[in-house]
Design a protein around this ligand. Structure first.
Ligand code: XIL
Length: 312
């Protein structure tokens, strides 16, 4: 059975997975290294993980993922520099003037992207900037700084690591619709201002049987703006228990997402958000749902894994 990472490379794409640093031993590490050509730390590079206390950095988990990738010839997607969630409480609990918050943000980007300079292929510079209707999310950053925080974040990331491809990333932007229209207009505005946006990430946290029919056309319209695109956090959840029929549907769904990426020249690759059901966020965040990844809890390949291989 050809490793998925080799099938993807032969098509000029990468196949990646989110990983958990603390699990990178034994069978989990073996599958991650053998099957995937790119890794994304699931949590270890988030601001709340690396600077829980102001001025005190802990790079242990992030370093471990980057070292694992380098030992196995894998790329790294850095995730994520600016996001409203999983922030340190000293950031969310502070009262900051706009100038102070902007400086905190750009200093954080300089510290983190600077530490891994030259070792990160893609950075998710800004994660989840939009509301469901496509308007700017009034997060601590959006509310305090307005849309300009996005341009400032990309410029800081470019200065810190000129070689990394810089991505804007969001969820529920997979189909053509209000939210992806908002993202499309935002990317256009940023490019017109000369902001160094290299790519747009589509998280693709999908529901069984509901791969958007407009996914490929949506990826293509962004690519036509002159940016790369990528599927960055793919999982396809189902109501538990998993049955043979649901797993067969999931196989078809995974294959159709892979085919949408392959059909768009500027689609750089696909990352699954955890490769095993034992390391998926879905059961915790969507009660009653799960079995969303291509390997089961015992690290055995599911039909979805064959769907990926067949599409590649
Ligand atoms: C998730 C992680 O997988 C979980 O372990 C954590 O508890 C919450 O965050 N969108 C993102 C990811 O951009 O960072 C999120 O990851 C899933 C949704």
């Amino acid at each position: 059975d050809t490793p998925l990472r080799d099938l993807a490379e032969a098509r000029g794409r990468y196949l990646g997975t989110a990983v958990t640093a603390g699990k990178l031993t034994g069978g989990y590490a073996d599958v991650a290294a053998a099957q995937f050509g790119s890794v994304t730390p699931g949590n270890e590079m988030k601001w709340g993980s690396v600077e829980r206390t102001q001025g005190t950095y802990d790079w242990t988990g992030a370093d471990r993922v980057v070292a694992f990738a380098e030992a196995h010839g894998q790329r790294v997607r850095g995730h994520t520099l600016v996001w409203h969630s999983q922030l340190p409480s000293w950031v969310t609990g502070g009262t900051w003037t706009a100038d102070r918050l902007r400086t905190l943000m750009t200093d954080h980007i300089a510290a983190e992207a600077g530490r891994y300079k030259g070792r990160i292929d893609h950075w998710d510079v800004v994660n989840e900037p939009l509301n469901e209707d496509g308007t700017l999310r009034r997060s601590i950053f959006g509310a305090t700084l307005g849309e300009s925080y996005i341009a400032d974040a990309f410029r800081a990331a470019r200065a810190a690591d000129p070689a990394a491809k810089l991505y804007l990333n969001d969820y529920s932007t997979d189909a053509i619709g209000a939210k992806s229209d908002g993202m499309y207009a935002l990317v256009k505005r940023l490019l017109a201002q000369g902001v160094p946006v290299d790519g747009v990430g589509f998280q693709a946290h999908l529901v069984l049987g509901q791969v958007p029919s407009s996914l490929e056309a949506n990826l293509r319209r962004f690519a036509d703006l002159g940016v790369d695109v990528a599927i960055t956090e793919l999982d396809i959840r189902m109501t538990l228990p998993a049955t043979e029929a649901k797993l067969t549907q999931q196989k078809a769904d995974y294959a159709s997402v892979l085919r949408a990426c392959l059909a768009v020249t500027r689609c750089a690759g696909v990352t699954v958000w955890g490769f095993t059901d034992s390391d998926s966020w879905i059961p915790d965040f969507f009660p009653g749902q799960g079995a969303a990844t291509p390997y089961d809890e015992a690290l055995a390949p599911k039909p979805a894994r064959a769907g990926i291989a067949e599409a590649l």
